[in-house]
Design a binder for this molecule. Structure first.
Ligand code: NDP
Length: 474
């Protein structure tokens, strides 16, 4: 019999996704550019062999799938996707759906969606999160599709996605690149979360003198509270691992240069283009860049050695609790920004993104899954047009409790010379958001002084006032 769906690209993600689809009772026709990978995949999947049809050409692939065909492409993002679409076209028929499940730039998905709208085929841009493990056992899926195309693929996507209390962590975000836009911001928020965790680790080490093994225990405890999340859990797991060669904790031997593939940077760029702050994501992207500049850092470190005496807490537990609150407050700030970027991007593209649903489908399967997302989902359930997460009563209560901990942690860390770009950005952003009057009047004064840009006054209406500047000014 013919397959229910096709899948192109049997790399790490594609192979796992194919197995997941087969586990859920669907027959999958598989194809990979390099034929050996297809053969190897079929050997690995021998126990499920009736669920797969191995194809060695795109023509074979098209013939192996029931029409109208859904075909998932899980190939390298970028040009490979365009090449793949072009190569497939001669073998497609009316109403076939081409699903790009890689980490594509959402602008590319907008373009591909529109280009294919003029053909008999349909394009779907689909963000998949959860790494290899998620792909295998249930990822979080963010779909950008027409309603009609989504209705056709929804049963398979719901089946293969992660579940939160039985609810699929897969949903339609909107048409065009909406799915990839949401996936991009997911990754941006992931960057911010990871950076803030790394910073707190340094405070636990330098200000509280905790060994990595002791920190693993702290993270495990935190994973039972409001911070409960996959990233906190795996940080504890990473901390527990001992390097076989050196006998030291693996973290002691991992080089301190962080890699990045671009989705974090895309989030920051989008935020800037939309004029919405994403200071936590900006700081996380910048921090990875600084970390990668290792050779220069060695030289600068020689001139400015980090010899500040670490500021400690008299009561160790109080210090650990402050660090926990620092992470909670930092998370709230980063998510408040991230969700604001989502809302603005949705409005800019005319998508009306389902904010509550985004929080809901991130509760399982994806890398930023956490208990906190449940609170965000509830906040949007209560008020679907919520302007800012800071305004939600439950989140406000949490922030009021956590912000002093963030402030104390930053004071100790900065006094100790520990770099805190992520958490300091969170504090700065929150502190500015809660000002009735910011210091921006100084900037307006400067702008008018040097450029006659004009300002508004606090004491009367009107937009084009100027200062009585002395000579040299406007
Ligand atoms: P891999 O490197 O494991 O696999 C890449 C796949 O793309 C291979 O099947 C490769 O085929 C194929 N490919 C590359 N270039 C072309 C081309 N020009 N034409 C046709 N096929 C091509 O990558 P992953 O599985 O990790 O990633 C796949 C996609 O999923 C990427 O967009 C990635 O960003 C995204 N993603 C990855 C996640 C992860 O945790 N790894 C998480 C979420 C999304 P060949 O064997 O012939 O080289």
């Amino acid at each position: 019999t013919q397959a229910d769906i096709g899948l192109i690209g049997l790399g790490v993600m594609g192979a796992n996704l194919a197995l997941n689809i087969a586990d859920n009772g669907y027959k999958v026709a598989v194809f990979n550019r390099t034929a050996e990978k297809t053969t190897a995949f079929m050997e690995n999947a021998a126990h499920l062999k009736d669920q797969f049809i191995a194809c060695y050409s795109l023509e074979e692939l098209a013939a192996a799938i029931k029409a109208p065909r859904p075909i998932i492409m899980m190939v390298k993002a970028g040009e490979a996707v365009d090449q793949q679409i072009e190569a497939l076209k001669p073998f497609l028929e009316e109403n076939d759906i081409l699903i790009d499940a890689g980490n594509s730039d959402y602008h590319d998905s907008n373009r591909r969606y529109r280009a294919l709208a003029d053909t008999p085929f349909t394009f779907v841009g689909m963000g998949v999160s959860g790494g290899a493990e998620g792909a295998r056992h249930g990822p979080s899926i963010m779909v950008g599709a027409s309603d009609a195309a989504y209705a056709r693929i929804q049963p398979i996507l719901d089946a293969i996605s992660a579940k939160h209390n039985g609810e699929p962590c897969s949903a339609l975000m909107g048409p065009e690149g909406a799915g990839h836009f949401v996936k991009t911001l997911h990754n941006g928020i992931e960057y911010a979360d990871m950076q803030m965790i790394a910073e707190v680790h340094e405070v636990l080490t330098k200000c509280l003198g905790l060994s990595i093994a002791e920190q693993a225990a702290v993270f495990k405890k935190w994973n039972e509270g409001p911070l409960a999340s996959y990233l906190i859990e795996i940080t504890a797991n990473v901390m527990d691992v001992i390097d076989e060669e050196s006998g030291k904790p693996i973290l002691d031997v991992i080089l301190d240069t962080a890699g990045q593939k671009g989705t974090g940077r895309w989030s920051a760029v989008e935020a800037h283009a939309l004029g919405v702050p994403a200071t936590g994501i900006d700081a996380a992207v910048a921090s990875r860049c600084i970390s990668a500049n290792r050779v220069l850092r060695q030289e600068i470190a020689e001139i400015y050695p980090n010899n500040e005496t670490p500021l400690t807490w008299d009561d160790k537990q109080a210090g650990i609790d402050a660090c926990e609150r620092a992470l909670i407050a930092g998370k709230i700030a980063a998510y408040a920004e991230g969700f604001a970027v989502l809302a603005a991007g949705g409005a800019e593209n005319g998508w009306n993104l389902p904010m509550g649903t985004i929080a809901r489908i991130w509760r399982q399967g994806c890398i930023i899954r956490s208990r906190f997302l449940d609170e965000i989902a509830s906040a949007y359930d209560e008020k679907p047009d919520l302007q800012s997460l800071y305004l939600a009563p439950t989140i406000a209560e949490r922030m009021k409790d956590a912000a002093p901990g963030l402030r104390k942690t930053l004071a100790k860390a900065i006094g100790s010379g520990i770099p805190m770009p992520g958490l300091a950005a969170a504090m700065g952003s929150f502190d500015m958001m809660r000002q009735k009057r910011t210091a921006a009047y100084v900037i307006q004064g400067q702008r008018d002084f040097f450029g006659q840009h004009g300002f508004e006054r606090t004491d009367k209406p009107g937009t084009d006032f100027h200062g009585p500047w002395p000579a040299g000014g406007a």
